[in-house]
Design a protein around this ligand. Structure first.
Ligand SMILES: Nc1ncnc2c1ncn2[C@@H]1O[C@H](COP(=O)(O)OP(=O)(O)O)[C@@H](O)[C@H]1O
Ligand SMILES: [Mg+2]
Length: 359
């Protein structure tokens, strides 16, 4: 069935679903667009605050009806618009009480998010190589690409196709270089990001995070979209994030774009693990000589003035771009090179700054 036909077939099947207050879901104004991708069907049902529980059965029925029509595709139905329902009693994660709304992700001990003020600063490159470097320190590591505006983890890790979906609807993540990997990119068709803004995006994030069989991980690294937006808020509200690593280039620092990303974090009680300066000096490919094209120590000073830890500098080297484009990240494919060592040093600094992860 073509995607448009499938969308229409699901829409008409949703007429079978009764909603609170009378009427059916197909005719309900709060039903979002139905988005069909090669592996998934997603839609959201907007409800008034306090109505979530009443709409629960409709949501379940909608998922079942859509599944019947959509065959093997994964069905993602979310209720949006209200506050998360209050839980009785406190939830505990890593032995600590979890603030209301935050619930642990099964199998995952720690979450580190990687953010930046703007795109193109090497955030994804850094996220992937830090994940591999943490693995090289003996951790069990996964990576989740939550950057729906420019998902690049599939390319960086050479992932092909969609993740497998088990019979019970849970994703089996890709595996590459010993990392478990999931990307919001696998859920999108080209140029569809716009449709996924807002509730749809946050619902996709929730399901990628919580409906994936991660196994047992010490650390999940999450590649955030640049800047700040719905995805950040959704992640910080629902999961306990150990901290955020901010990636910045020397120019970006000068423009203090990174600072905007940093400023939002305390509002969500998410610690800043520190600043990584990317493309900070140049290593000549022929001689190996180092050139501090932006001067030296700028990022360190900037981090100090922002009162956040400095985690290290990554050189600007052609081989980072080449290996990234080829899907063979430096830390895994050229571990002895200075750039791989630079990522390893950053990962070790992160572990030094977050003793709870080792224990
Ligand atoms: N240190 C570096 N040296 C050389 N090229 C880099 C470096 N860091 C990133 N790049 C390249 O810059 C581009 C943007 O990097 P990417 O990680 O996709 O940025 P972002 O996720 O911030 O948008 C990519 O082509 C990448 O290969
Ligand atoms: Mg990116």
């Amino acid at each position: 069935m073509a995607d448009v036909e499938l969308t229409a077939a699901i829409k008409s099947a949703l007429a079978e679903v009764d909603i609170p207050g009378g009427g059916d879901l197909a005719g309900y104004a709060g039903l979002s667009d139905i988005i069909v991708t090669p592996g998934a069907v997603a839609f959201a049902i907007a409800v008034a605050p306090g109505m979530e529980a009443a709409f629960g059965p409709a949501r379940e029925q909608a998922a079942a009806v859509a599944q019947r029509v959509a065959g093997t595709r994964k069905i993602m139905v979310s209720l949006t618009g209200g506050k998360p329902p209050a839980k009785a009693g406190a939830t505990f994660s890593h032995g600590k009480p979890v603030p209301p709304g935050k619930t642990p992700v099964p199998g995952i001990k720690h979450i580190i998010a990687v953010g930046s003020g703007k795109g193109g600063v090497g955030k994804s490159t850094t996220a992937v190589n830090i994940a591999l470097a943490l693995k090289a320190e003996g951790m069990r590591v996964g990576i989740l690409d939550a950057d729906l505006y420019g998902p690049s983890i599939p390319k960086l890790l050479g992932l092909e196709g969609q993740p497998a979906i088990r019979d019970d609807g849970i994703f089996s993540p890709h595996e590459a270089f010993g990392l478990k990997a999931m990307s919001i990119g696998s859920m999108l068709i080209k140029d569809q990001a716009v449709v996924w803004r807002g509730p749809m995006a946050t619902s996709a994030l929730r399901q990628l995070l919580r409906e994936t069989d991660w196994g047992e991980l010490d650390i999940l690294v999450i590649d955030l979209p640049p800047g700040t937006g719905d995805i950040h808020i959704s992640l910080f509200q629902q999961a306990e994030v150990d901290g955020v690593v901010i990636v910045s280039t020397p120019q970006d620092l000068a423009l203090i774009d990174a600072k905007k990303a940093i400023d939002m974090l305390p509002r969500f009680q998410v610690p800043i693990l520190g600043l990584v300066e990317n493309m900070s000096y140049f290593i000549a490919p022929d001689t190996g000589a180092r050139y501090d094209i932006f001067g030296s120590g700028g990022a360190e000073k900037a981090a100090a003035s922002l009162n956040i830890p400095f985690l290290g500098s990554i050189p600007l080297v052609m081989s980072i771009r080449e290996r990234s484009d080829a899907g063979v990240p430096p830390v895994a494919s050229a571990p002895k090179e200075p750039e791989a060592q630079a990522f390893r040093a950053v990962a070790r600094q992160i572990l030094r700054n977050t003793p709870q992860i080792r224990s």
